[in-house]
Design a protein around this ligand. Structure first.
Ligand SMILES: Nc1ncnc2c1ncn2[C@@H]1O[C@H](COP(=O)(O)OP(=O)(O)OP(=O)(O)O)[C@@H](O)[C@H]1O
Ligand SMILES: [Mg+2]
Length: 308
């Protein structure tokens, strides 16, 4: 199956001369949840805006469900729902009218049953006659999602969907995103919450300073870059790492109280048993030990720092 979104050699230079995107190549597959991670100003919103036809590319092409987003804008855009990072709502309009009107903008005939379903799924049904200015921030965000879903898009972009959203609504939104994916909708989201990407995404792309520096299956990413560490709390502090242990990748804390052993989480032989035996032979006693695994957050911070 061809990718539902195909980005080829995409670059963007804003009128100010700023290079916001540099030669981006990216394919998104139908039915996946793709998370785009990157620090502030990395180019996430720019990339999304180009795919959605809001910002013009300087170079390169984007196809959405086979339609060129520039030359065949209307067809491409009708496949796409966008929840923008900035909330823009018409303060005096009611929830029902806003969402119904949005559907009309895409040339779809009125479908009150669909609007009702969307509002109910987003727990907005009891607010359908409220004016937007009377809603809380989280409710406004849900209205933005309802608008994006009003024309039954196959592809949904969520730009920072859970920024400033409380924990409960965040969970609700995750559930909603999964339910949408289960109906075949392809989801692309940006987030600053790494745990959100870890929880939700099938694949992860990391963008930094306009360059897509990595695209990887989430599970493979964690496997490939994930490290495990064993920290031993020593009974008696050490001055240095004893010669008998010099062939192990060990680090001693500054106060000499803790030895940290880093090992490959994927390897069958972690070497822990041999290390502990060797410690015993060297007469080094420990009072506590714990293992930890690097999280997606550690991986992300390492990646972005490397390129700083
Ligand atoms: N209209 C514009 N004119 C000039 N520069 C712009 C414009 N829009 C964005 N930029 C610049 O392009 C870069 C990328 O911005 P973008 O909004 O895509 O980042 P982002 O990854 O979405 O960041 P954030 O995480 O803060 O939302 C930034 O340096 C920004 O200042
Ligand atoms: Mg942004």
């Amino acid at each position: 199956m061809p990718p539902i979104i195909s980005v080829k050699q995409l670059s963007k230079t804003y009128a100010s001369g700023f290079h916001a995107l540099k030669h981006i190549d990216l394919d998104i597959h139908q039915g996946e949840i793709f998370a785009l991670l990157g620090p502030n100003g990395a180019g996430k919103t720019t990339l999304i805006s180009i795919i959605c036809g809001i910002v013009n590319p300087s170079e390169g092409t984007v196809l959405a469900d086979g339609h060129d987003v520039v030359r065949d804008y209307r067809s491409a855009r009708s496949k796409i729902g966008l929840v923008p990072q900035e909330l823009t709502t018409d303060a005096f309009e009611t929830v029902w009218n806003t969402v119904s009107f949005s559907r009309g903008l895409f040339g779809k005939s009125a479908n009150p049953a669909h609007v009702e379903k969307v509002l109910k799924e987003l727990s907005l049904w009891n607010k359908k006659d409220s004016r937007l200015m009377t809603l809380s921030g989280g409710m406004k965000r849900r209205v933005m999602i309802a608008k994006a879903l009003s024309h039954e898009p196959q592809i949904l972009f969520l730009d920072e969907p859970t920024a400033g959203v409380d924990v409960e609504l965040r969970r609700d939104m995750w559930a909603m995103v999964r339910a949408l994916r289960d109906t075949g909708v392809t989801i692309i989201l940006t987030t600053h919450y790494i745990d959100e990407a870890e929880e939700m995404a099938d694949r992860i792309g990391v963008i930094n300073k306009g360059e897509l520096i990595l695209v990887e299956n989430k599970a493979e990413l964690m496997n490939k870059l994930g490290r495990k560490q064993l920290a031993l709390q020593l009974q008696n502090p050490l001055q240095g790492i004893p010669a008998a242990l010099s062939d192990y990748p060990l680090e001693l804390s500054a106060d000499g109280q803790q030895l940290v052993y880093t090992f490959d989480a994927q390897s069958e032989h972690t070497g822990i048993d041999a290390l502990l035996r060797r410690l015993g032979e060297a007469g080094i006693d420990f009072k506590d030990l714990k293992t930890s695994q690097s999280s997606l957050e550690d991986i992300f911070v390492d990646l972005v720092r490397e390129r700083a």
